[in-house]
Design a protein. Structure first.
Length: 420
């Protein structure tokens, strides 16, 4: 039944889409490694960071979704109206480099996790995962592809289940959530890494472009500047979708930190470099089932995050260059767009097979993301404030305050990262 004509609110599952997928993709294998390191090294001390990042992350993603839904154009296409082309192209190129490194690190972690569970060669698993993901992006229409990604978010429940399997000192965990603690320069570095992996530029471009895909994929839906009567329904859906999606992201990150703090840190296993290291270290401490949950979660979140990383790079590049773009389009209709996706995936595989240290590569990816995020967020806030672009749908004051607060925090994190 047509919910618009009947006036009934659609079910929660129907209201969840771009925001849920974006939030879940934030917990990629690289993010899992960062959260595992935080829990293993510092126990419960840094849990407060996830409480702080939730409202900031939510505000930024609400801004990106609002821009896409109101204008019917993705984030980079709107940034073209603010920035000189060479600056936008430079930011997009840096985003592509950071995303490609992230793809390589995620694919490597997925291969290592699959090898831990099933045996065999990790590189072979990496190729299988990469090729499978690429084929889905090339030949599956967006509306079907998005439904797969949405259901794939259920894999994140593995990390919630992990916390239920291990003994947690909930008094200490609660204190860690509400009492900010920073114990030395090492903790500052980890906090910067947490902010960088939680509030990432690729998420901004992805959610904004997915709102545009939602418009293009439904004949009855239009950009709000063309159909302002749809605003109450669509802006309400975006709020629910984004608040839930970012809650999923932060809750899962919190459970990973709690789970590794209660097991690895408690057992003195603090030297964790990758997500696969965390999974392997869990086996003797928390048992076979906890190890399997953690390892399979790495594979599942990678399958969700890798196409988001590649897709967001393609959206940003295509919008900046004025190409035809969209996962709903066939490769023959948007060849340059799909070429970017293919290139990012192939370079990701190459990184896995190269002598490049994935940990050092991830460090530089985090540096690039930290530097790029600040100007992108600042321009987003300018875009969402301009009546010439947003019309009557400029962001309300509370959203502007939280959005600029997030930009300030990320700027401080970027400065701290450079100093450290």
């Amino acid at each position: 039944m047509d919910t618009e004509r009947t006036g009934h609110r659609p079910s929660l599952t129907k209201q969840l889409g771009p925001g849920l997928i974006t939030g879940a993709a934030d917990d990629d294998p690289s993010g899992i490694a960062t959260y595992s390191q935080a829990g293993a090294q510092f126990g419960f001390q840094l849990l407060w960071t996830m409480i702080l990042t939730y409202p900031l992350m939510t505000a930024v993603q609400l801004v990106s979704a609002r821009i896409g839904r109101v204008t019917g154009r993705g984030l980079a296409a709107n940034m073209r109206q603010i920035l000189p082309r060479w600056i936008l192209s430079s930011l997009v190129m840096l985003l592509f480099v950071a995303n490609t490194i992230n793809i390589g690190a995620d694919l490597a972690a997925m291969g290592d996790a699959a090898e831990l569970v099933a045996g065999g060669g990790g590189h072979i698993f990496t190729i299988v995962f990469a090729v499978g993901s690429l084929l889905l992006q090339l030949f599956l229409p967006y509306h079907r592809y998005a439904s797969i990604l949405k259901w794939l978010t259920l894999v994140l429940l593995a990390y919630v289940a992990l916390v239920l399997l291990v003994h947690v000192d909930w008094a200490a965990a609660t204190k860690g959530m509400v009492v900010p603690t920073i114990a030395g320069a090492g903790a500052v570095t980890t906090i910067v890494a947490i902010f960088g992996t939680t509030i990432s530029p690729y998420l901004f471009f992805w959610q904004s472009s997915q709102e545009v895909e939602e418009i293009d994929g439904h004949d009855e839906e239009h950009a709000l500047e063309e159909a302002p009567e749809q605003a109450p329904r669509e802006l309400g859906r975006i709020r629910i979708d984004t608040f839930v999606g970012m809650a999923v992201s932060n809750i899962v990150a919190l459970t990973i930190m709690i789970g590794t703090a209660a097991t690895l840190n408690a057992a003195g296993k603090t030297d964790i470099a990758t997500a696969a290291d965390a999974a392997e270290a869990l086996k003797p401490v928390a048992g076979q089932f906890a190890f399997l949950l953690f390892a399979l979660g790495i594979v599942g979140t990678g399958l969700l995050a890798v196409p988001v990383l590649a897709g967001s790079a393609a959206y940003a590049t295509g919008e900046a260059q004025g190409w035809r773009i969209g996962l709903e389009k066939k490769p023959t209709d948007a060849p340059a767009f799909y070429a970017v996706i293919g290139t990012a995936m192939l370079l990701g595989i190459a990184i896995d097979w190269s002598p490049i240290d994935p940990i050092k590569a991830l460090f530089w990816s985090a540096v690039i993301n930290g530097v790029v995020a600040v100007p992108i967020m600042a321009v987003m806030m300018v875009v969402v404030s301009r009546k010439a672009i947003m019309g009557e749908f400029t962001a309300p004051v509370p959203l502007l305050l939280f959005g600029w607060a997030a930009t300030t925090v990320m700027a401080a994190a970027a400065v701290a990262m450079v100093i450290l």
